[in-house]
Ligand binder design. Sequence first.
Ligand SMILES: [Mg+2]
Length: 122
Amino acid sequence: MNDNLIEITKNGQTKSPKLPDHLKNYIVDIDGIICEDCPNEDIERMKIVSEISGAKEKINALFEAGNIITFFTSRTNEQHKEITENWLREHGFKCHKIIFNKPRGGNYIFVDDRGLEFKTSL
Ligand SMILES: [Mg+2]
């Protein structure tokens, strides 16, 4: 469990833990947010896509401040895991986790019992 998570009990029952208010879980897309957009079908281009200016500095500053950085991408675990991990490492992006296989096509609606805030850029 993340060292920053706070355990919660209510009426003697343990509840799901939470981060302290000053830390956030950043769930960040890859294509179009930290690098130029590349469709899953173009694997060779995916290896050499350009960074979006300023994205690495913002992500790494959030990471260094103690926030949790999770990349959430429609790239697949089966075809793009190694390419994606290599690209992130070679370009110096810090993160705690990568979640693959996000549904493609956008128009997302997230339903969660925790607070949500949405942005379309960093
Ligand atoms: Mg995208």
